[in-house]
Design a protein around this ligand. Structure first.
Ligand code: NDP
Length: 336
């Protein structure tokens, strides 16, 4: 069975293919211990937060172990259930799974759930009905609190979390402006998701374009990106603006801390609230969140676009592509 391991910590800079190694290991599935199951990996979700686990630094989640398979969100299919009372052959599970084609898993692990593949396409459990959807939902409900008629700006708007944030804000009756890195993505946001405007941060007129798109200022800024993209946002904040700080992907590969305009002055003079959060802070509210997300998704009020690559050897390139912006919607890799 093939697996992907991290060869060394990447303390700074952009990861490359050489930082990872594909190995082949033998697994013996003949005699399973009680509660052990055999799982075949079906779909992998490369996520930007995994970059943090590739350094040796302490964070809200421990670093990956060098030489051990990388693990992340994914969907697997149970191919042998042993004496497990929880899972049967053919069941799909979703959660933290190793980047390994086939593996033995303890069915008591709290890090996976059984998913009902008759409810929605499997892919959606790694997107709108999974961690990504929960991030958008909780961050808006708990911190952003968008109200009808307010102006919301979202960076990384055409990505996995971003595409859901913008659509929830449209449902709430907000004026929504998305920031993304290509004209194709802006087209997707405006023409397919119905945003009021989209701004390409790679355009030489980016700052001006953003100003023009928000004549009434910004009430909620959803932060996915940080750095120079957000420098254009701070001067446009309205009084009592709320800023869910979801991620700063432009900073994850930095070799040095970026120096830019200090934002405290802007926060102070507008009495704005900036709050970082991790999706797992709100775990006790996941039930209610998933119910609402499923309703919006089923009724067609939320579209859930994916960029799907194929094949086990594509997992690392697809992860690296997150930092180049090749994906629109949720990036995932299908193995079968
Ligand atoms: P995305 O699907 O948005 O993929 C990443 C996108 O980021 C790319 O497509 C690219 O889009 C953009 N990007 C990459 N590098 C840069 C850069 N240097 N400057 C500007 N944009 C860049 O990923 P997710 O939706 O999964 O994650 C979005 C953010 O949310 C990340 O920061 C992630 O860490 C964070 N996150 C936080 C969670 C939490 O619990 N707090 C949970 C999940 C995600 P473009 O073409 O527009 O540049």
């Amino acid at each position: 069975s093939k697996q992907i391991v991290l060869k060394n910590y990447i303390e700074s800079g952009t990861p490359t293919l050489e930082d990872f190694e594909e190995k082949t290991v033998k697994i013996s599935t003949e005699e399973l211990q009680a509660e052990e199951i055999v799982v075949r990996l079906e779909i992998v979700s490369p996520d930007p937060y995994m970059r943090g686990r590739m350094t040796s630094r302490k964070s809200y989640i421990p670093p990956f172990e060098i030489g051990k398979p990388i693990s992340g969100y994914g969907i697997g299919k149970v191919t042998k259930a042993g004496s497990s009372s929880k899972y049967a052959v053919g069941d799909y599970i979703m959660g933290q799974l190793p980047w390994q084609e086939e593996f033995i898993y303890n069915s008591n692990s709290p890090y996976v759930n059984k998913i009902d593949s008759t409810l929605a396409p499997l892919e959606s459990f790694l997107s709108v009905l999974g961690m990504v959807g929960l991030t958008a939902y909780h961050g808006l409900k708990e911190i952003g609190e968008p109200k009808q008629g307010e102006t919301v700006v979202v960076s990384g708007a055409a990505g996995a979390v971003g595409q859901l944030v913008v659509q929830i804000c449209k449902i709430k009756g907000c004026k929504v402006v998305g920031i993304a890195g290509s004209d194709d993505k802006i087209k997707y946001l405006v023409e397919e998701l119905g945003l009021d405007a989209g701004v390409n941060y790679n355009s030489p007129t980016y700052k001006l374009d953003l100003g023009k798109a928000v004549p009434n200022g910004i009430d909620v800024y959803w932060e996915n990106v940080g750095g120079v993209v957000s420098d254009a946002v701070w001067p446009l904040l309205n009084k009592f603006a709320r800023i869910p700080l979801c991620g700063v992907i432009s900073q994850y590969n930095n070799t040095e801390m970026e120096v830019g305009p200090r934002i405290e002055g802007y926060l102070l003079k507008t009495s704005s609230k900036l709050q970082g959060f991790i999706v797992s802070n709100y775990i006790s509210k996941n039930g209610e969140a998933l119910k609402q997300l499923a309703e919006w998704y089923k009724s067609g009020q939320i579209k859930d676009r994916h960029t799907v690559d194929n094949g086990f050897s594509q997992i690392v390139p697809s992860f690296l592509a997150l930092f180049k912006g090749t994906n629109t919607g949720k990036m995932m890799v299908k193995l079968t």
